[in-house]
Design a protein around this ligand. Sequence first.
Ligand SMILES: NC(=O)C1=CN([C@@H]2O[C@H](COP(=O)(O)OP(=O)(O)OC[C@H]3O[C@@H](n4cnc5c(N)ncnc54)[C@H](OP(=O)(O)O)[C@@H]3O)[C@@H](O)[C@H]2O)C=CC1
Ligand SMILES: CC(=O)N[C@@H](CCC(=O)OP(=O)(O)O)C(=O)O
Length: 314
Amino acid sequence: MKYKIFVDGQEGTTGLKIHDYLSKIPNIEVIKIDSENRKDFEARKAFINEADVVFLCLPDSASKDSVSMISNNKTKIIDASTAFRTNQDWTYGLPELNKNQRNKIQNSSRVSVPGCHATGFILAIHPLVAEGIIPSDYPTTCYSLTGYSGGGKRLISEYQNSNNQQLFAPRQYALNLNHKHLPEMKLYSGLNSSPLFTPIVGNYYQGDAVTIPLFPRMFNKKVTARDIQELLALYYKDERFIRVMPYDSEVNLEDGFLNLMQCNNTNYLDIFVFGHQDEILLVSRFDNLGKGASGAAIQNMNIMLGFDECTGLE
Ligand SMILES: NC(=O)C1=CN([C@@H]2O[C@H](COP(=O)(O)OP(=O)(O)OC[C@H]3O[C@@H](n4cnc5c(N)ncnc54)[C@H](OP(=O)(O)O)[C@@H]3O)[C@@H](O)[C@H]2O)C=CC1
Ligand SMILES: CC(=O)N[C@@H](CCC(=O)OP(=O)(O)O)C(=O)O
């Protein structure tokens, strides 16, 4: 039997990328709505209820509409939006979070794909909180450098079709300090409060580096940057998509610079640990359209359908 797969939002940035991945996966049948019907309620409802798995690649409000259209017990939903990420009836689609998360995803029919910045933050910080090294009341800060594809079709068009000189330089945003990923960053990191988080969008298509400065003197235990690298390497040793880089700054850099596009077009997330006994800098590098969105969505589908987790992703 071939599983039927439908992408609601098939002509958007994450939807197109998911279709790319699906084209490499055997034993599935991708069902596609006619382009002119892609926002038609009844047409979407019919496709959603016909499919075994639906990817929602839509704005939050449209995602909620799609979920309300389900009238059967069969359809599994993988939602790329922010709408359900902290909803307790849904499963957070980050299999590497802890030992139980993969199992929860496998047994769930409602999975939300983590936000890109949140993915980088949680995967770097969560093990250190869980192991009792970072106290849960530690006041974290974090910034993220991201390509403009993270902003979807509207931002892509702004960058590619405008002569606005301001777009040549990186731009900080979410300076109200209320970015939409904060609730999931708080909930799944294990911290009592969300980080002081500022993203920065650059004039390049894809690639993300989430950076977290830490002061070990505020930790529960005396540890160095090297200890943290070893702990993270151990925590993720069986994970195929998380690579903890060696503790050696020079090896990790290219002419002294970190190449944040190195994971592009892959589902890898690389964690770097820089620093010494007094200061530590964690960096998560990944493709915002890979492990930050569409790649993660496919990884979740593979788990939910019992496929090898890497199917279509290598
Ligand atoms: N880009 C990224 O890196 C990431 C995006 N996400 C999330 O994934 C979701 C999709 O984002 P992205 O692909 O970037 O966004 P885009 O703006 O590129 O695409 C959104 C798609 O949704 C369609 N759409 C909008 N409203 C409706 C509606 N009412 N009914 C049916 N279709 C509708 C649009 O149609 P039309 O073709 O007419 O424009 C478009 O094709 C968002 O929730 C976003 O936050 C998550 C992680 C990363
Ligand atoms: C450059 C840019 O605007 N990026 C988006 C992140 C996209 C993402 O991770 O996804 P969700 O929208 O699904 O949360 C932002 O910071 O809001």
